[in-house]
Design a binder for this molecule. Structure first.
Ligand code: AHR
Length: 334
């Protein structure tokens, strides 16, 4: 899909998410929002300056998210101010403050953790700059952000448990690699998985620790799990693909077969996960879509032009297994 097709898809999806109430204001190929009466007062993509306070580059997912934001801005002619916080909340906050000083039109942010945003979001509000939450939720009152654009992490956790039941036949001693502590995806994937576990008494979590969504930490924590529990472990639930890929290395180094001796379910559905499924080392991956750039900028333009947007624009996502991974791999965009 080129950017215009992605935007048309996003516009249709936005309408669905809004219960069909988006109206006719979808972007045209020229980048001008087409409205029923007169476009003269409306800003175009080329008129707006957008700040994006990225978390960092912890995963394949995050790299794809950054690329999507930058590519969409370049293709649409939006002036983008991009900052990489290197996983630190204080750097994200500093970036937001710098965007406020620079008087950008809109700020996008995937909050690294849920809490601690109230003050800086209030500063943006006071300066008249709307905040769009991209990918992750923040624990702030509704009036401090315009919309949240991203996945249903709770459902991803539930889907991971359903997939785990499928690949283990409902009997498993599971170790869990949790994402960044205090982040919305880690909180919800932890919770959603356990919700579904309640109806699968044969599946039990025997250990759980954070690998911070990072491959090397996933490997490290899996080594510790193996030292502690050895062959008692029959399954691994990783909150993202990167940690699963790291754990696969640790399992092999321990002399066990990932995907066979230890069944593995992870989240993201990035290309690395498809390659691991093709190799028989990963048993399922739950999709989490990072390609949010076109929708983010479409929403940013709408907000600048005073249009209302739904409070949450959820992504549409699937579940993938090894049986058709080879056929699907060429279609994966990240
Ligand atoms: O917030 C989305 C999560 O953050 C992805 O699952 C993970 O890979 C990323 O780092």
């Amino acid at each position: 899909m080129n950017i215009i097709q992605q935007l048309r898809f996003a516009a249709v999806f936005c309408c669905l998410a809004a219960g069909g109430g988006c109206g006719p204001a979808s972007p045209t190929a020229s980048g001008n929002p087409a409205t029923a009466e007169g476009t003269a007062a409306q800003k175009t993509y080329q008129d707006i300056v957008v700040g994006y306070a990225q978390i960092g580059a912890e995963s394949e997912w995050r790299a794809a998210n950054t690329a999507s934001i930058k590519e969409a801005a370049a293709e649409l002619g939006v002036e983008l101010k991009f900052s990489d916080a290197q996983q630190k909340q204080e750097n994200q906050i500093r970036a937001i403050r710098s965007f406020i000083v620079q008087k950008v039109d809109v700020i996008g942010v995937p909050p690294v953790v849920e809490t601690g945003w109230r003050e800086v979001f209030q500063e943006a509000k006071t300066a008249g700059i709307p905040i769009i939450l991209v990918d992750r939720r923040a624990a702030v009152p509704d009036d401090l952000y315009v919309t949240l654009l991203g996945s249903d992490f709770l459902e991803e956790g539930r889907n991971a448990a359903r997939a785990m039941a499928n690949v283990t036949g409902g009997t498993a001693k599971i170790v869990e690699l949790v994402g960044t502590i205090g982040s919305a995806p880690a909180n919800d994937r932890y919770k959603g998985f356990r919700e579904v576990l309640k109806v699968h008494p044969g599946m039990e979590i025997i250990d759980s620790a954070s690998g911070d969504f990072i491959l090397a930490k996933g490997e490290e924590v899996m080594e510790t799990f193996l030292q502690k529990h050895g062959r008692e472990i029959t399954a691994l639930y990783a909150h993202n693909d990167d940690m699963a890929l790291g754990a696969i290395k640790a399992i092999e180094a321990y002399g066990l077969r990932p995907g066979v001796d230890i069944k593995i379910v992870s989240i993201d559905a990035a290309r690395g996960a498809f390659l691991a499924m093709i190799d028989g080392k990963l048993n399922a991956t739950i999709e989490c879509n990072p390609l949010l750039g076109p929708t983010f900028l479409e929403v940013a333009l709408k907000v600048v032009n005073g249009e209302s947007v739904p409070k949450w624009l959820p992504s549409k996502e699937g579940v993938f297994y090894p049986d058709n991974a080879l056929d699907i791999l060429p279609t994966r965009k990240y």
